[in-house]
Write a protein that binds this ligand. Structure first.
Ligand SMILES: [Zn+2]
Length: 396
């Protein structure tokens, strides 16, 4: 079984070892390689594997994946074959691992605070590419957190991070284990490893952790949504929290410059701008509605359709709401039949007193449907002419 060096030192970026077994990997050109000792972390407990290199005299392989099997052996997927018995040096990508330790450590701190402040029990950790999530079982089946609760958790966790309390990991004896105030019961019964984050959190965990809470850096909750009867809390920690802050700040600065206002007044300025845009759109739509209605009326003819007024008209693409308003206005008068194409959209409509099924008519010439008095669909502009011919023939 591989001697897992990260248990004793989570900041061991380089180590010496010997290849003990090699087998073909899942893909051609890959080899699953076991070492007698390794500081590479295998995917487990929601924390992704480490990457890095395995180096031997005259050769060097990239570590593409790290997994553990049931016997506890750690298998490194390499892009080069290194024979069993070879003495090697392993080099871990410390930036990637540090990022994982920040997220994982932050998750412990959050879980501890959620338990202490809200009596919520966290289940599982998903450490994603951009952010991480934990599902929280809250009292009375609540699936959300209030803004105040989010702030309470963030402040509690970040205050404790700034206290820079030591983080300790160890394998206690059975006797010691039974006396420890663990936040939740361990899921394994043998070789239980405990992590204590200062006095704030103590649980069983086989993962890698920063050496003190200060090295988590910063924790920011980015969202809370209901998921499977629990509250799913997403968050970022450490370098990710800083980068998120930088992204938000850049966006806010640009938006502030565009709206000529300081960042603190952005939401007020944006809401005022929205109101002004909505008002301008309302005026423009009113104008466009009147213009379309004029065009519909200009095309109106009273010949050959049982004395009804028929307007068959094709327009360029127009604002859908303006078209709809013009159509409604036109058929509000009695005795009107309208066949209208605007862009690829067809609208066939008639006044309440006219007995023609416009839904059926639109289905005969294009795609769509609707009520007998108002139907819409899609079709080429020629559909309007075809529908006109049908009416002239069948309703003459
Ligand atoms: Zn852990």
């Amino acid at each position: 079984m591989t001697d897992r060096l990260y248990y004793d030192d989570a900041y061991l970026w380089s180590f010496e070892g010997t290849v003990t077994a090699v087998r073909p990997g899942k893909k051609p050109g890959q080899w699953d390689t076991a070492l007698d000792r390794s500081a590479f972390y295998p995917t487990s407990g929601g924390q992704p594997f480490d990457t890095g290199r395995i180096i031997c005299t005259g050769s060097e392989a990239n570590v593409l994946d790290v997994e553990t099997d049931r016997s506890g052996e750690v298998w490194h997927t390499l892009d080069r074959e290194i024979p069993a018995g070879t003495a090697v040096r392993g080099e871990i990508d410390g930036i990637r691992r540090t990022d994982h330790m920040e997220q994982h450590g932050g998750e412990h701190m959050l879980a501890g605070a959620i338990w202490e402040k809200l009596q919520g029990m966290t289940i599982g950790l998903h450490l994603g590419e951009a952010e991480s999530t934990i599902d929280v079982e809250l009292p009375e089946g609540r699936t959300h957190l209030t803004d105040e609760e989010v702030i309470l958790l963030e402040d509690t966790v970040n205050d404790r991070i700034r206290l820079d309390a030591p983080i300790r990991c160890w394998f206690p004896s059975e006797e010691e284990l039974s006396s420890l105030p663990l936040r939740k019961k361990p899921t394994v019964t043998e070789h239980v490893r405990i992590v204590a984050m200062g006095d704030f959190e103590m649980v069983a965990c086989g993962g890698t952790h920063p050496s003190s809470t200060g090295r988590i850096g910063l924790v920011k909750i980015t969202g809370v949504i209901p998921a499977k009867g629990k509250a799913r809390v997403s968050f970022v920690c450490g370098g990710r929290a800083f980068r998120l802050f930088r992204t938000y700040m850049r966006s806010a600065d640009k938006a502030g410059a565009a709206l000529s206002c300081p960042v603190e007044k952005l939401s007020k300025a944006a809401s005022e701008l929205n109101s002004r845009v909505a008002e301008a759109e309302r005026k423009a739509r009113k104008f466009e509605t009147a213009e379309i209605l004029d065009m519909i009326r200009e095309k109106e003819s009273r010949e050959d359709l049982r004395g009804l007024a028929l307007s068959a008209i094709t327009l360029e693409e127009r604002d859908a709401k303006a078209v709809s308003a013009a159509v409604s206005a036109y058929i509000s008068d009695p005795g009107k039949v309208l066949l209208l194409g605007a862009g690829e959209r067809l609208t066939f409509a008639r006044s309440a007193d006219v007995k023609i099924d416009m839904g059926e008519l639109i289905r005969r010439v294009g795609r769509g449907g609707g009520r007998p008095d108002l139907a819409s669909g899609a079709g080429i502009p020629e559909c309007v002419g075809v529908a006109r011919k049908i009416l002239m023939t069948e309703y003459k």
